[in-house]
Unconditional design. Sequence first.
Length: 117
Amino acid sequence: QVQLVESGGGLVQAGGSLRLSCTASRRTFSRSTMAWFRQAPGKEREFVSSITWTSSTFYADSVEGRFTISRDNAKNTLFLQMNSLKPEDTAVYFCASDLVAGRYQVWGQGTQVTVSS
């Protein structure tokens, strides 16, 4: 079973930037569609961004133009560069992999991002 470990979360002021990382413990990382989700307190988990193994990218409207997803297949690592952060971006961010029938099968433990106003 693949494991995903996120890092890079923290506390930042509005307008600032953070870069999240997610390292996978599997060689087949390069063939997997990967994604970032987030869950704010009292809210359901929501899609943020995804990247296919061919590096096609998709973004939620709320982060389009501010966040950039990328991957380094040689290092089995997924990234999320977050710029122009807003207080409403505050959430626990999760990476996910193994997209099967529209559902991601493997999830990381999450990393907290807090944006102060």
